[in-house]
Design a protein. Sequence first.
Length: 257
Amino acid sequence: MPSGKQSRRRRQVQAPPPVRGPGRGRRASPKVLVGAAVALILAAAIVAAALALTGKSSSPSSSGETLSEVAGVQRLFAGIPQRGNVLGRPSAPVTLVEYIDLQCPFCQAFETQVLPKLVPRYVRTGDVKIVMRPIAFIGPDSERGRLAALAAARQNRLFNFSELLYFNQGPENSGWLDDAMIRSAAASIPGLDAGTLLDERNSASVRSQAVGYDSQAQTDGVQSTPTILVGRTGGALLQVANDLAPISAAIKSASRG
């Protein structure tokens, strides 16, 4: 990732004018995530009720279009254990937790520029496992994308699905992450059933998992995305700047115990 002030690489939870300066950003009250969780439950309940009345998914007809960068995404994660929201060897000595929003442009920069360097260097070797916790605060696309991502996690394709969406990300709150985009992304990934994903994204278990991540984000003091935590597996995790160098340093430090 190009060098620059950390505040330019992170999407903060609230939307007042940014505070400029190295390592600083817009601050957020914990009430923001609580409000997002409540809004998510209400929105999902409305969608679920609509689906119950129509008896079918709300997604438009699929064009079968394969999204760009799918081949690169598949190569990045090929052969690496992936279960739910965890990528990498379950017994890896170091854990990296990432809090992301699927339509956050700063997350997009991290996921497309930094993550592809971390995965082969640390995850594929078995040294690090990555735990992804999608949160939603920017707008409706964030909620829609988060639910779909968690449904993809039920098929052990969360990282493929999220990475592909980041490579095809549109402007914030433009409506780009609609059902057609979700279906196209799911249909582009081998082994991911798009119909099942669309059906399960509004399930009670997926909504409950989303609310759980909001609660974890508050506990971890998340105030912006991406937020990266690194530490010894089973031990305390510390927040790290979302650049390759500080993350690599934190991984090496945690590896030494």
